[in-house]
Design a protein around this ligand. Structure first.
Ligand SMILES: *[C@@H]1O[C@H](CO)[C@@H](O)[C@H](O)[C@H]1NC(C)=O
Ligand SMILES: *[C@@H]1O[C@H](CO)[C@@H](O)[C@H](O)[C@H]1NC(C)=O
Ligand SMILES: *[C@@H]1O[C@H](CO)[C@@H](O)[C@H](O)[C@H]1NC(C)=O
Ligand SMILES: *[C@@H]1O[C@H](CO)[C@@H](O)[C@H](O)[C@H]1NC(C)=O
Ligand SMILES: *[C@@H]1O[C@H](CO)[C@@H](O)[C@H](O)[C@H]1NC(C)=O
Length: 371
């Protein structure tokens, strides 16, 4: 009876949505503040400057982020009112008990989780809905339908983690306008940089999550980020983005960083490139420091990464025993359960490769069993 009532309210709430998939696009206002890193650096003004920046950041034996730190103040307080573009989806039969908060990585926006090409054949969201989970995917602060910003000292990891933290506490207390249901459990799924941010969230606020899945992740990022930088063929993103927002110049760069040999459909690679989103100077300079500390999160953790992942494994996650993603167990000192999976033959862009359905099933099995 209660269930029927909830369902009726929910469906009424979603009545304005054209799709049969029970998804609703939202714009969420957030008031945020964070302590960012203060870099004394001009945003690269053209493609030559972008390449110089990449060569500096990728240089072995140097810490370029350290070199360009402001000599007056290492940290800079940033605050403001921002908006986040998000999509909330619920299963046909009602919201279920668990909401998954999905944070995408570099080169994508929220569409990574619900890729529309080929009739949603590569949709993690559809797989989650079919198992009774609701999803909340959003464009990370700085890109897509979310507020854009200054690319050196504003759009950085600390401010983006503040956005994820605030979104999560608003979702938990039904303060996101349009998301009317109070979910008994809220879990986090990240991809790549989104996993880095989900790690940072659960390390700083373990009480805000009931389970975390880090996809396309390891803690060896520091060793392999130069591969990603040099493989990415970065140029100014242009368009609606100011200088200092960078994107891959061509399809082969997207292939190098996200797709493993023999494991993808060329049309999906091209669609992923077309949908590509930029990365900021400030993001690239602060990505490494967010996962160096231990994490006392007390819930269940899954790390799932493609065997051929470039940025987090250098192209082979199995060069160590246990695997490179499995090494993350040492950092989760208080997890109720830890599991790691290396997806055979897959690259970094797990959701968009031939092995995608296996990846989705592994993630959803983990949630079914542990949350
Ligand atoms: C909702 O947002 C998604 C992701 O940005 C977009 O692809 C889709 O067209 C939007 N739908 C509507 C009805 O605006
Ligand atoms: C580089 O310097 C930054 C800023 O001081 C620091 O946060 C980061 O941990 C350093 N990285 C390495 C690999 O030492
Ligand atoms: C954000 O908005 C609130 C109310 O709309 C306002 O009081 C506050 O000053 C704003 N904060 C910033 C940093 O602009
Ligand atoms: C470990 O996690 C539990 C929640 O499961 C929490 O109550 C406890 O405070 C955590 N321990 C540490 C040392 O953070
Ligand atoms: C992190 O936890 C490991 C145990 O898993 C411990 O050996 C290490 O000293 C811890 N590191 C820090 C910085 O606390």
């Amino acid at each position: 009876m209660v269930r029927t009532t909830l369902r009726t309210i929910l469906l009424a709430g979603l009545a304005g949505v054209a799709t049969a998939r029970n998804c609703k696009n939202l714009t969420v206002s957030l008031s945020l503040s964070a302590l960012n890193t203060n870099f004394a650096l001009q945003a690269p003004a053209n493609d030559i400057d972008v390449t110089d920046f990449v060569l500096n950041l990728a240089q072995p034996g140097m810490n370029y982020s350290q070199e360009v730190l402001s000599t007056s103040n290492q940290f800079i307080p940033v605050s403001g009112n921002y908006t986040i573009g998000a999509t909330w989806c619920v299963p046909q039969w009602g919201p279920g008990k668990v909401l998954q908060v999905l944070t995408h990585g570099i080169a994508f926006d929220r569409r990574y989780w619900d890729f529309a090409a080929q009739g949603h054949k590569y949709s993690y969201v559809d797989a989650a809905l079919a198992r009774g989970y609701s999803t909340f995917a959003y464009d990370r602060l700085g890109l897509g339908a979310s507020s854009h910003g200054e690319p050196v000292n504003e759009i950085q990891t600390a401010l983006e983690v503040a956005a994820l933290t605030e979104l999560t506490s608003m979702l938990r207390s039904t303060r996101v306008p349009g998301v009317t249901f109070r979910y008994p459990k809220v879990v986090h799924v990240g991809h790549s940089y989104g996993s880095v941010q989900s790690y940072a969230l659960t390390a700083a606020h373990p009480e805000l999550s009931d389970g975390v899945v880090l996809t396309g992740f390891s803690q060896a990022l520091g060793s392999f980020v130069p591969y990603f930088l040099l493989g990415g063929n970065f140029v100014e993103a242009g368009g609606v983005y100011p200088p200092g927002y960078m994107a891959s110049a061509d399809v082969p760069a997207a292939q190098t960083n996200f797709f493993a040999p023999g494991n993808f459909d060329q049309a999906i690679l091209e669609a992923a490139y077309e949908a590509g989103q930029p990365v900021t100077v400030g993001e690239l300079m602060t990505i490494g420091s967010a996962t160096t500390r231990n994490n006392s999160f007390g819930g269940p953790v899954l790390v799932i990464t493609g065997e051929r992942d470039v940025p987090f494994c250098g192209g082979n996650c199995l060069t160590m025993k246990p695997s490179i993603p499995a090494q993350t167990e040492q950092y989760f000192t208080n997890a109720s359960y830890f599991e790691s999976i290396v997806v055979p033959r897959s690259g970094h862009g797990l959701n968009l490769e031939y092995s995608a359905q296996d990846t989705y099933a592994s993630i959803l099995d983990f949630f079914d069993k542990n949350v």
